[in-house]
Every structure is written in structure tokens, then in C-alpha cells.
Design a binder for this molecule. Structure first.
Ligand SMILES: [Zn+2]
Length: 472
């Protein structure tokens, strides 16, 4: 692999990532290799990680010292014996020196655009959408530099830079977009200001709808259209609001949202495209209705009782859990009180989910507070209350990848993720130290993640054996 140069990403990445070295591989247009002979088939670039111990995404034990060959976007060979690289490939050698190679991290509940700006900026009609998109693009780059190679975006305007990210022109994770959140009038995704009238009754289309953050859809017809609009725009799964929310001001936590028939409409339209609906819901009533409608994944669920969590296990439905921080002191008392209820329920939700062997996924769900985003890695450490290091690392790699795969034919990145295995997509981190022995290492990506690879491309390499020197 030849190195185009070192990108100083001021203005591109947030200040937290600005100090990092971003290595841009030299690829031609459309991802082809640079300057192949005129008539030859381009040979994909290769990377050889030498002398690494592997956390493979599932095993609680590291492998013995191994070598890992990546060719193109996939892992080709893993062996304790020396591997001879393919001839004709531009090769980068990474000297592992016994360090740990692991799958890239996966965050299954992000809002890329709505976590990159404050709520005030998001609702300000004078704030240009282009600026909000620019911030989200920078945040996507910072997300990759924190070692997150895939994220599931659980609602909000789709990132306009995503095609450029997928082509390797800009740093960022694989993004599984939901598109605009689908909410009933008065639901958790009804982001109108208090005095704004419904567009159906004397009002206008709200800013959130215009910017692609949400659909306010009532009745089977509108839910079908909203779902299909998202699918048309490339959603890999559909996000529906099934109950009250902590972050929203007008809908109490206990309320159930969408009738069974409206919810079924979303499920039918999603399943006709081979994918699934996931719902925002906390309470047993909201979750049971969603389950009855055919929803395949529940986001949050911190107010569930044990019987409903067992129902999720029995039906093979995913529970995507978060461990939230308390509301900031500046929050309104009602909002803080709602958030406390959710936080208080979190312990039971995790314990019962583990007891009944629910398919568990994890995500951060950061919103409206750009300063919080640097805590994305540290958020994983909170799981130590319920899980050991090996279980946690499996959850944020292999298990989370299983949920991503639920998008079926709408999966934008077909191939195995979350594992280090021959044939899997090469999303890899080289960690300075053993995260199974010391999980805190993953909360210090800037110092501890020496190599960050996504889709076979190296985006960061600070090993002593410099990538630039290995160009050949
Ligand atoms: Zn969310």
C-alpha cells in the first residue's frame, strides 16, 4: 500500500481526533488500485499483521501469536506459521509485537446528525442544514478514530457524506441508516415546538420533517408511506416510536404509541423489503403491542418487567440496551425525573435479559450533546456492572454484528462483521495491551488503538514500523 499523505484533519475531524494521524491509502477512482498496468486486472492491496494475539469476537481467550493477512476488504488467512503475501499486491506490513488484534467496535444505537449538534441548533430555523451535515460528517470521522467501524443510526437525517465514506474518500464507520424516525402525532418523534399546529390541522410541515429527522405519520396509510419513503432512501432498517420518551418533552413515559394496526403497517412494508422494524419503547404495554405487530428489535426496554423480557427471549426478539447517564443539572425537572426512572430500571433489564438469555445488543444513544461523544468508548465500561470483559467485548463486536445482519437483503455491507476469521470483512483494531485483561484500554482509543482498519483500509497506524516506510 502506498501512502498518499498524512491528513491533518482540522476542520474535518473534531478536536479530539485532530491530533491523530489519518493515513489515506492511495486508491484510484472507484476504489481501484493506483496506477495498475493498463491491461492487468488490478490486484487488491494487502496488509500483513505479524505476531499478533487475536481476540476473535467470541472466544474468551486470545489466540497464540499469529499472523493475519488482509487482501482487499477481507481477511484472507490467519496462521501461526509465516504467511507469504500474494505476489503483485501492494503490501503493508504491521509488526504486532505480540499486541492484540480485535474486531472493530460496533455501536448499535447512534444518531449521527443529532448527536453532533445541540437541540437548540437543530430546531433553529436559521441554522443551515449544510452546517449540521458538516458537523455530523466530522463526527463520523471521529467515530472511526475511536475504533467504531460500524454504527446503526437509529433515526435522523441520513448522512449526505455516507457515499464518500463508503468509497473511502472520507473517514467514518459503516453506517446502517434508519432514516427519519416514524412517530405518531404527540409521539416521541413529534419534534414540533409547543405552539406549532399539526400540518393536518391549520399548520405547516415541521422543521424536523423537512430536514429528514422524523415523519409524523398517523393511520395505516401515512405509516406505510413513511416506511416506504425511508426504504426508498436506502434505510437498512426502520425505526418506529412505540412509547413515551425520556428526552422528549410532551409525551409521558407511560404512554403507548401507535395502534396495533399502524404498527403492523410499518412491519408489513419493512418485511416486503426483506428488513425489520425496531421500536423505541420502555414499558411492558408498549413492548407487548410491538411484539404482537411483528417488530424484531426493542430499543431501550428499561421499564420492562421480567415476564415481558422472557417473552422477548421466547420470541427471539432483540433487546438493544443502553446504560444512560443522569440528566445534566440544566435539564428540566420533569425530564430529569423521567430519565431517573429509566436509569433505575436499567439494572433489572440487564439482569433479566441475561437470566433469560435474550438476544442482547448495545448502543450509546447519545443525543444533542456534542461534548458527550468522546465518551463513546467509556460508555462500554459501564457494562462491567453486569458482564465480564470477554462478554462485553463479544457484545460490542460479534453480538452487535448479528443484529446488523438482521437487515438481510437491505444490509448495505454484506459479509461477516464483528469477528476476526478468514473470509470476514477486515474491520480491525490493533490494541496496545490486552483488553481482556484490562478492559479500560478500549476507553483510550487515541493512545491504545495503534491501528484502525475498516474494509481492509488502514485509517490510522502509529506502530513504530511506520506504514509509509513499508510502501513498496
Ligand atoms: Zn435513540
Amino acid at each position: 500500500m502506498r501512502i498518499l499523505g498524512v491528513l491533518h484533519p482540522s476542520g474535518l475531524l473534531s478536536s479530539t481526533a485532530a491530533a491523530l494521524t489519518v493515513v489515506l491509502p492511495l486508491y484510484g477512482v472507484g476504489g481501484a488500485q493506483a496506477s495498475p498496468p493498463a491491461e492487468a486486472t488490478p490486484t487488491p492491496a494487502a496488509t500483513l499483521f505479524e505476531n499478533v494475539r487475536i481476540f476473535n469476537g467470541t472466544s474468551p481467550q486470545l489466540s497464540p501469536a499469529s499472523n493475519v493477512l488482509v487482501v482487499g476488504s477481507t481477511i484472507r488467512t490467519i496462521s501461526t506459521a509465516p504467511i507469504s503475501p500474494p505476489s503483485g499486491s501492494a503490501l503493508t506490513r504491521v509488526a504486532g509485537n505480540g499486541r492484540v488484534l480485535m474486531p472493530g467496535l460496533i455501536d448499535n444505537h447512534v444518531h449521527l446528525l443529532m448527536s453532533a449538534s445541540s437541540q437548540r441548533d437543530l430546531v433553529d430555523p436559521k441554522m443551515p442544514l449544510a452546517l449540521l451535515q458538516e458537523r455530523a460528517t466530522a463526527e463520523a470521522g471521529a467515530t472511526l478514530m475511536r475504533g467504531f467501524t460500524s454504527v446503526r443510526d437509529l433515526g435522523g437525517p441520513m448522512l449526505e457524506a455516507r457515499p464518500a465514506i463508503d468509497r473511502g474518500r472520507l473517514p467514518g464507520p459503516r453506517i446502517y441508516p434508519s432514516g427519519a424516525m416514524i412517530s405518531q402525532t404527540s409521539g416521541h418523534g413529534d419534534s414540533r415546538l409547543p405552539n406549532e399546529k399539526s400540518r393536518r390541522f391549520f399548520g405547516h410541515v415541521s422543521r424536523g420533517e423537512l430536514m429528514g429527522a422524523n415523519f409524523i405519520a398517523d393511520g395505516r396509510d401515512e405509516v406505510l408511506t413513511a416506511t416506504r419513503e425511508n426504504l426508498r432512501a436506502g434505510a437498512s432498517q426502520i425505526k418506529v416510536m412505540a412509547g413515551g420518551g425520556a428526552a422528549s418533552e410532551y409525551d409521558p413515559l407511560d404512554v403507548t404509541q401507535y395502534t396495533l394496526d399502524e404498527m403492523k403497517a410499518a412491519v408489513e412494508a419493512a418485511e416486503d423489503w426483506g428488513t425489520y422494524v425496531t421500536v423505541h419503547a420502555y414499558t411492558p404495554r408498549a413492548v407487548r403491542r410491538a411484539v404482537e405487530a411483528g417488530v424484531k428489535c426493542i430499543e431501550h426496554g428499561q421499564l420492562l418487567d421480567e415476564a415481558t423480557i422472557k417473552l422477548l427471549a421466547d420470541r427471539g426478539i432483540w433487546l438493544s440496551l443502553q446504560s444512560l447517564d443522569p440528566a445534566p443539572p440544566t435539564a428540566k425537572p420533569a425530564t430529569a425525573a423521567k430519565k431517573k426512572l429509566v436509569i433505575d430500571g436499567t439494572d433489572n433489564a440487564f439482569r433479566w435479559a441475561l437470566k433469560h438469555n435474550v438476544k442482547l445488543a448495545w448502543g450509546t444513544d447519545f443525543l444533542f450533546d456534542p461534548a458527550q461523544n468522546v465518551k463513546q468508548n467509556a460508555d462500554i465500561l459501564k457494562l462491567r456492572r453486569w458482564l465480564g470483559p470477554a462478554q462485553i467485548l463479544k457484545l460490542v463486536t460479534h453480538d452487535n454484528a448479528q443484529l446488523l445482519a438482521l437487515s438481510g437483503p437491505r444490509n448495505p455491507y454484506p459479509g461477516r462483521l464483528g469477528v476476526v476469521e478468514p473470509g470476514a470483512l477486515a474491520d480491525l483494531l490493533l490494541v496496545d495491551g490486552d483488553p481482556l485483561g484490562n478492559l479500560e484500554l478500549i476507553a483510550d482509543p487515541q493512545r491504545r488503538f495503534l491501528v484502525i482498519m475498516k474494509d481492509g483500509r488502514i485509517w490510522k497506524n502509529t506502530t513504530a514500523f511506520n506504514a509509509a516506510a513499508s510502501s513498496r
